[in-house]
Write a protein that binds this ligand. Structure first.
Ligand code: ATP
Length: 418
């Protein structure tokens, strides 16, 4: 029963100029509240398109949340169109008019006559006050358990109204709902297909949970979701059991849950061991340093790094021997190892990571095509190195390189005898 449809309104969405972040945010937020989004539709600022989208969604699902097109300009037509669809005349609402006027007064502005129209409300609609802007949200019942909600398009206004005004009202209307809850296991260093194979029996018996594999440059996420079959008391237990079963199969590749960043895991590991790190980056141009310094507190473990883009820097700052660069090339195992050892030595670090590769689009050869990347990690006297051939364009190769370097370092740290 707790199923809704979303209609996001705005020509900029169809032009691709604005990403529909309202739709994404609403879907996530509603899921947490136990409300499932059955369908998302986007339409332009066009009366016919808005009317049809809302009408169809009402007929299909009976509960519709719209965003956008509530402003004071002529291209903002959501309110009159939906009011007409539901057969309700627009009438001025005294309290809303007061809110709008007060808002203009506070900011020392004169209210334009057309802003007055924003206080016109379809008869019988519940006004969802907008503390952050002028256009209020509206909730309109249309017969038994059918309703339409209109929200402004400005993301922070929309979110505030949802949190403060809409969700408390929906919770009353959808009393029987059960939570929709997800948990994500983040893996790296294992191909999606290998991963899927290793956990196939667990996935087969997952019901009522669903399992999805989501690959990205950061590795493959395994997302478990309970879609409302389980009640609040049993959902966490079911997710726990499933997580344990998956960790039994692929636990060594799981680096965290949900939003965890591999860089944070590496940071914690380094800080806990009191191990100081140096970096030598060629094709990533400092991306690894950025990843490691995104969160505060990096000075606990990071000494710094060298962006060794040219051979001159590899030679003169990192001490990579000229004959190695000449004989093996800048993208080679020997160079990667020498960069890591050099960074560790020159910066007096305990550990170092080096990345050297061909991010493209130019520079590839038959035996070193674009995407070839050598990564070396050094910890005291131990050095490991590995060659990768990453797919994708320049940005993806660089992102994957930084991620693989973090992984190489983590493996080396964890393989150390305690
Ligand atoms: P208001 O009257 O408060 O200005 P509105 O309902 O008229 O709001 P729009 O004019 O449709 O809203 O959009 C306002 C801003 O919000 C624009 O910058 C638009 O790009 C952005 N926006 C609209 N819809 C979305 C959406 N679905 N996702 C992200 N941003 C959006």
């Amino acid at each position: 029963l707790s199923v809704v449809e979303l209609v996001t309104i705005g020509t900029e969405l169809l032009l691709g100029e604005t990403v529909d972040s309202n739709g994404a945010w609403l879907a996530r937020r509603l899921a947490v509240a136990g409300i499932r989004v059955a369908r998302r539709t986007s339409v332009g600022d066009n009366a016919d398109a808005i009317r049809e989208a809302v009408r169809d969604a009402l007929e299909r699902t009976g509960r519709v949340i719209c965003t956008g097109g509530l402003g004071p300009t002529d291209d903002d037509m959501t309110r009159p169109v939906v009011a007409r669809l539901l057969g309700r005349p627009l009438e001025p609402d005294a309290r809303t008019l007061e809110d709008v006027e007060a808002r203009f007064r506070r900011r020392g502005l004169v209210m334009a006559e057309r802003n007055r129209a924003q206080a016109d409300v379809p008869r019988g609609a519940e006004v969802l006050r907008n503390r952050r802007g002028t256009a209020p949200g509206l909730l309109m019942e249309d017969g038994a358990s059918r309703w339409v909600v209109l929200l402004p398009g400005v993301p922070h206004e929309m979110r505030t109204i949802v949190e403060e005004e809409l969700l408390p009202r929906l919770e009353v209307r959808l009393a029987d709902r059960r939570p929709i809850r997800s948990r994500t296991l983040r893996t790296s260093g294992i191909a999606e297909s290998t991963l899927a194979e290793r956990v196939s029996d667990v996935v087969r018996d997952a019901a009522p949970l669903t399992v999805a594999f989501l690959p990205s440059f950061a590795g493959t996420d395994i997302r478990l979701t309970s879609w409302g079959e389980l009640d609040a008391d049993s959902v966490d237990g079911a997710l726990d059991a499933m997580e344990r079963a998956l960790r039994d199969r692929v636990g060594d590749h799981v680096y965290g849950l949900d939003g965890t960043d591999l860089a944070e895991v590496v940071a914690e590991e380094l800080a806990a061991r009191d191990t100081r790190l140096a970096l030598a980056e060629s094709c990533t141009g400092g991306l690894l340093a950025k990843r490691l310094t995104d969160a505060a507190g990096a000075s606990r473990f990071l000494i710094g790094g060298v962006v060794a883009y040219s051979n001159q820097v590899k030679r003169e700052l990192l001490g990579v021997p000229a004959h190695v660069l000449e004989a093996e090339g800048a993208v080679s195992e020997e160079t990667a190892r020498a960069m890591a050892e050099g960074a560790r030595r020159v910066l007096s670090a305990d550990a170092a990571v080096a990345i050297t590769g061909i991010a493209g689009p130019e520079g590839g050869t038959a035996d070193k095509p674009v995407g070839t990347v050598w990564i070396a990690a050094a910890l005291a006297e131990r050095v490991t190195a590995r060659r990768f051939l990453f797919p994708g364009e320049r940005d993806e190769v660089r992102q994957r390189s930084a991620q693989a370097a973090l992984e190489a370092l983590l493996q080396l740290l964890r393989s150390e005898e305690p």
